[in-house]
Write a protein that binds this ligand. Structure first.
Ligand SMILES: [Zn+2]
Length: 119
């Protein structure tokens, strides 16, 4: 059910930035580490959007692959299954998530055909 709370977060963000204008498209960047099911997110978005300026808006989801970076050698690599160990430094390396935990509204389109970046 975590897609339901994520959908609420999206709608809240978009409503704030749309300033009363009807929204037609919401573009998202969703990191792979978020483990979001796109169809489920889409479904709940439609549900939560009802009665708001987001009602009827299309939700576009761009999946961002998970990447890790080693603090020791700055090597960065993509992962399918999170294994938090640098291929070069091994267990001694200190690694951090470089990408993949995104969950952000990239842009929205409102009926005046404007494009607004919420950042
Ligand atoms: Zn390393």
């Amino acid at each position: 059910m975590h897609e339901l709370s994520l959908s609420s977060a999206i709608v809240n963000t978009v409503v704030k930035h749309a300033a009363g204008r009807p929204v037609t498209v919401v573009s998202m960047r969703v990191g792979a580490l978020r483990q979001v099911v796109p169809d489920t997110l889409d479904f709940y978005f439609g549900f939560v959007a009802e009665g708001t300026v987001c009602e009827g808006a299309r939700l576009e989801q761009e999946l961002v692959a998970a990447r890790l970076r080693c603090a020791g050698c700055e090597r960065e690599w993509e992962i399918d299954v999170p294994v938090f160990m640098c291929p070069d430094c091994g267990p001694s390396g200190r690694v951090e998530v470089a990408a993949g935990d995104e969950f952000e509204v990239e842009s929205i389109e409102v009926e005046e055909a404007e494009c607004i970046a919420p950042r």
